[in-house]
Design a protein around this ligand. Structure first.
Ligand SMILES: Nc1ncnc2c1ncn2[C@@H]1O[C@H](COP(=O)(O)OP(=O)(O)O)[C@@H](O)[C@H]1O
Ligand SMILES: [Mg+2]
Length: 236
């Protein structure tokens, strides 16, 4: 079953149109990676899906319901979780405070449940509860960003370049964790990535976005073995 469907989305900032009719979908519990050159509109697509920017035209459906114009907090209550590329944790707050902020819309027992779940998925966080998020390594910060987004128990998790700026080792850990979140929590996940190999490796399908338009889509394994796409978008 398709849980998310975006049809022919035109969106941008102010009057400037960045997405010129982008379409995509996500099956229940699928992991999908969106790749494409810098400036292609990948982050803009996530912001449009999440309700942060103006959608000029097109339709977004969640489980068959038109949610195109819902506000971000309304999308959160529908089950959307979003980890932006930058600013996904509060550096001056502790790890614990960051988790609690992530769950502030939730009832108390849900916050406790969320924390317990976070400690299972990210055991490292439990040892750093009192430390300021700003003192964490890049990889740990990314884990905290994901843990924070999971505090609302989202059905759909959208990750904007989770490996950006990380060392190869930290990046590998982040992707192992995403695969673990998918296995254990069985959520639907959209990942935007520059490090497309690792991301496609844990994905079911992928999209290539170029200049605000769909360029290509296929099963992840086919993209990984497509010589033309590899040369053009995966660095050969
Ligand atoms: N806040 C913004 N205001 C105006 N233009 C923006 C803003 N953010 C991004 N853009 C523009 O939108 C285009 C797509 O950016 P983005 O979605 O961030 O690309 P990607 O994530 O694929 O690298 C770029 O031309 C960028 O300059
Ligand atoms: Mg981006």
């Amino acid at each position: 079953m398709k849980v998310l469907e975006a049809h022919n989305i035109f969106a941008g900032y102010g009057k400037s149109e960045i997405l010129h009719g982008v379409s995509m979908y996500l099956e229940e519990k699928e992991v999908v990676t969106i790749i494409g050159p810098n400036g292609a509109g990948k982050s803009t697509l996530l912001k449009a899906l999440m309700g942060y920017i103006t959608i000029f035209k097109g339709e977004i459906k969640w489980r068959g319901e038109d949610i195109t114009y819902l506000k971000p907090h309304e999308k959160v209550s529908k089950g959307f979780g979003y980890v932006p590329q930058l600013g996904n944790v509060f550096p001056s707050l502790s790890v614990l405070e960051n988790l609690e902020m992530g769950g502030y819309t939730q009832p108390k027992e849900k916050v406790q449940e969320g924390k317990d779940k976070a400690f299972q998925l990210f055991p490292m966080l439990k040892e750093k509860l009192g430390e300021k998020a700003g003192t964490l390594s890049g990889g740990q910060r990314q884990m905290l960003g994901m843990a924070r987004a999971l505090m609302t128990d989202p059905e759909l998790l959208m990750l904007d370049e989770p490996s950006a700026g990380l060392s190869p080792k930290a990046s590998e850990e982040v992707f192992l964790t995403i695969a673990d979140i998918h296995d254990k929590l069985e959520r639907s996940i959209i990942i935007i990535e520059q490090d497309a190999y690792q991301s496609l490796n844990i994905s079911d399908r992928g999209y290539v976005l170029v200049m605000g338009e769909n360029e290509f889509e296929d099963k992840a394994e086919n993209i990984l073995s497509n010589q033309k796409i590899k040369e053009a978008y995966l660095g050969g």
